[in-house]
Ligand binder design. Structure first.
Ligand SMILES: [Ca+2]
Ligand SMILES: [Ca+2]
Length: 259
């Protein structure tokens, strides 16, 4: 049983886990790492799988995920949104039956998410902690790329402030390793041409329909500023739709290359 008070879950448990560190010197580290990152076309929604390898039974953990330039990605601000998988999900993971998984994203730092997970809340189901195992998916985080980020592999995702507790919640495993930094993948509109509002990598009538639907509130937004801004004005609006239509009629030059 992890003996953490429920009220401490979201904001306080990271500190509690650290504060309760009656240190047990681990022979082998617990390893938390980032798997292969994927990105949805156009929505810019990333899937960032987080894995844990542990030689010990684990009853709780904390960690934070951020980007070296936090403005390049963001999570939905809010104290805890465990439903709806806005920021993360545990579907098919080794903690999918844990009693409490929470996250905290602050408006001042929307590019950083802090995650806390506890196997057994007081009075809850017993013995659902992680047994020693060779590794497994902890959860999948879902930040979004900032709207006008087309591609940049110089930015890094980083895990830090990790804490892993045993099944009592009072003992930390002090040797918790987190993986090396992971490069962000190119965004959904990497190498997409100007005017290609839906990032299909071709400019055609579908992009006109796409923009019209967006401005009517019926569809997704253009995937980055360059691809939506057909006339290179620096903004995306109805003029870009007109420009694309005129281009298809041969009345104006093709959209310029993206920078
Ligand atoms: Ca297109
Ligand atoms: Ca424009």
């Amino acid at each position: 049983m992890v003996k953490l008070r429920s009220g401490a879950l979201i904001l306080g448990s990271m500190a509690m886990l650290h504060a309760s560190a009656t240190v047990l010197r681990a022979q082998q580290p617990v390893v938390i790492s980032v798997g292969n990152i994927t990105v949805d076309a156009c929505s810019g929604r990333l899937s960032v799988p987080i894995f844990m390898t542990t030689p010990y039974a684990v009853g709780g953990f904390n960690f934070a995920l951020s980007c070296t330039q936090p403005s390049w990605l963001y999570f939905t601000d809010g104290a805890d949104i465990s439903n709806g998988y806005v920021n993360w999900d545990t579907v098919g993971s080794i903690i999918s039956n844990w009693e409490a998984v929470g996250s905290n994203v602050q408006s001042a730092s929307p590019g950083t998410i802090r995650v806390t997970a506890i196997a057994d809340m007081p009075g809850g189901q017993d013995d659902i902690y992680l047994p020693p195992n060779p590794g497994g998916l902890l959860m999948t985080l879902h930040p979004k790329l900032s709207h006008d980020i087309c591609a940049d592999t110089s930015q890094l995702l980083q895990l830090d402030n990790a804490g892993v507790a045993d099944t009592t919640g009072y003992i930390l495993y002090p040797d918790t390793l987190i993986s090396d930094y992971v490069y962000l993948l190119p965004g959904p509109c990497a190498d997409a041409p100007r005017g290609d509002a839906n990032c299909s990598h071709s400019v055609n009538g579908v992009d006109v329909v796409y923009l019209v639907a967006y401005f009517k509130g019926l569809g997704n937004s253009y995937c980055c500023l360059c691809t939506g801004d057909a006339n290179s004005s620096g903004t995306v609006n109805g003029v870009d739709i007109t420009y694309l239509v005129s281009y298809f009629k041969g009345q104006v030059p093709p959209p310029l290359p993206c920078d």
